[in-house]
Write a protein that binds this ligand. Structure first.
Ligand code: FAD
Length: 476
């Protein structure tokens, strides 16, 4: 038989080193990091660049929270001897500011991608056998791409509740709330998680009567119980009602608002914000003829390095069952690219990632709470150091809150390795960094107590907590 040479491969589709489906934090971090490493990357986005985070998540939520913070500063001007008149708010200006910041970041992301020569396609991406990706339904037309590797980053969408059809006027999710046309006089927030508490805090500060309805025994699960108490106390002192351990049964529209049925009672409100978490956006990803699997809860199944069951296909961000946070999407994108490059990335230790909650007072934590550490079988030593003894906290007029350090008890009975750092108080979302390093480098209390905190700063409270745990407090 004559020797036959293999058939020539005729390219039928545009080929890339990496094809990314989804342009939110998970997808765009994959694309940017891949391009930085010299890879030829295509990224497909069916909605807006930046995904949930930039358009209807982190950024608009924090901008509106800052509006609330500015309002509170004005109401406190008298404490500094400043006469500012009665504070009032033009909500449309605040919304315009929010939209401007979002627009600036989205267009900045577009420029960044362009600068790194990432090919961005507008349309719905679907994965097929052989790492073929079809794109359709958008301005890029019907296109087919192939990749040496494919990264799935389709993100998540808000969960809804039976009996609460979203109309965007009376019943809304975070998507609609972040563009709410006017501030309601009263609101029920269903769900006391991070997003629910941020919305509840900002509305309360801007004068809305807020009731938080939470099915669990406590708001903000994951945060140490002692710190949740600080937040609850502050919320209640500002007039918010928090009802935990309750089930909402439905609602009956009445006039321009509605009556929420909860625990056999009626709660009359102008708006209901359903904030009961998010679900992975994995319903229409193709996947025919591939070994990518989706769990019962809708998540793309991956190993500890974000690899799906299909060789050469990774998945990152909210669509996999890891903490639904933008910075987790970023690091998973980095890990996926390192894996694609054949490097040896370290898996993320998801029990030690940083969490930040931007309500007033802010909360930030990493590692185990005291309850979780004990449940995990640790003997612990803890220290709570308060902001009300801290000069800078007094100066910025925000003395409420504390830093709680949870350390493993050593054989000598002293505090040893730091297991968790949980903080509530002024700007703690900006202060968590040292705690994050301590927990992830498995630093001991002695390691941390030797470090110098600049004076006067809010981080001195963390330093005091570490010194106290050595048995020799300075100020605290
Ligand atoms: P997404 O951001 O959801 O992006 C996925 C993108 O993929 C979307 O743009 C979607 O249109 C696109 N897409 C989906 N399927 C396809 C397809 N088949 N073809 C083409 N495109 C597709 N996280 C924080 O870390 N800090 C915060 O302060 C914070 N605040 C938040 C506040 C709110 C109100 C909300 C809702 C979320 C917040 N988050 C926060 C969470 C954060 O927004 C998400 O974790 C993050 O956006 C997830 O990134 P992702 O890329 O996985 O998904």
């Amino acid at each position: 038989m004559p020797e036959t040479s293999p058939p020539e491969v005729v390219p039928t589709a545009e080929h890339y080193d990496v094809v990314v489906i989804g342009g939110g934090p998970g997808g765009y971090a994959t694309a940017l990091y891949g391009a930085s490493a010299g890879l030829n990357v295509a990224m497909i986005e069916k909605g807006k660049l930046g995904g949930t985070c930039l358009n209807v998540g982190c950024i608009p939520a924090k901008e509106l929270l800052e509006t609330a913070a500015a309002y509170v500063h004005v109401t406190e001007a008298g404490d500094y001897g400043i006469t500012a008149g009665e504070a009032s708010i033009d909500w449309s200006t605040s919304l315009a500011r929010k939209d401007k910041i979002v627009g600036g970041l989205v267009s900045g992301l577009g420029s960044l991608l362009k600068g790194r020569k990432v090919t961005v396609l507008d349309g719905h991406g679907r994965l097929h056998a052989g790492k073929r990706v079809s794109v359709s339904g958008g301005s890029s037309g019907d296109v087919e791409l192939t990749g040496d590797a494919v990264v799935l980053a389709p993100g998540s969408v808000p969960r809804t509740l039976p009996g609460f059809d979203v109309d965007g006027k009376v019943v809304m999710t975070s998507d609609e709330f972040l563009s709410i046309a006017e501030l309601p006089k009263s609101a029920a927030i269903i769900g006391g998680g991070v997003i629910g508490c941020e919305f509840a805090s900002l509305l309360t500060d801007l004068g809305t009567k807020v009731t938080v309805l939470e099915a669990l025994p406590k708001i903000l699960p994951g945060l140490d119980k002692d710190l949740t108490k600080v937040i609850e106390k502050s919320f209640k002192a500002r007039g918010m009602e928090i009802r935990t351990g309750v089930t909402v049964e439905g609602h009956s529209p009445s006039g321009s608002g509605t009556t929420v049925h909860v625990g056999g009672e009626g709660l009359d409100v102008d708006v209901v914000v359903v904030s009961v978490g998010r679900r992975p956006n994995t319903d229409d990803l193709g996947l025919d003829g591939t070994a990518v699997t989706i769990s019962d809860r809708g998540f793309i199944e991956v190993d500890e390095l974000c690899r799906t069951g299909e060789p050469g296909v990774w998945a990152v961000g909210d669509a996999i069952a890891t903490p639904a946070l933008a910075h987790i999407g970023f690091i998973e994108g980095v890990i996926a690219i390192q894996g694609i490059l054949g490097e040896d990335p370290a898996p993320v230790d998801y029990a030690k990632v940083p969490w930040a909650v931007y309500c007033r007072p802010e909360a930030a934590f990493t590692g185990l709470s005291e309850e979780a550490a004990k449940e995990a079988g640790y003997e612990v030593v803890t220290q709570k150091s308060r902001f009300n003894h801290n000069g800078r906290a007094m100066i910025v007029n925000q003395p409420e809150g504390m830093v709680k350090v949870i350390a493993e008890k050593g054989a000598d009975g002293r505090a040893g390795t730091i297991l968790g750092v949980h903080m509530v108080g002024p700007w703690v979302t900006e202060q968590l960094g040292q705690g994050y390093l301590a927990v992830n480098w498995e630093a001991t209390v002695d390691d941390m107590a030797a470090l110098i905190q600049p004076h006067p700063t809010l981080t001195e409270v963390l330093g005091e907590a570490m010194l106290s745990l050595t048995g020799r407090p300075l100020h605290g």
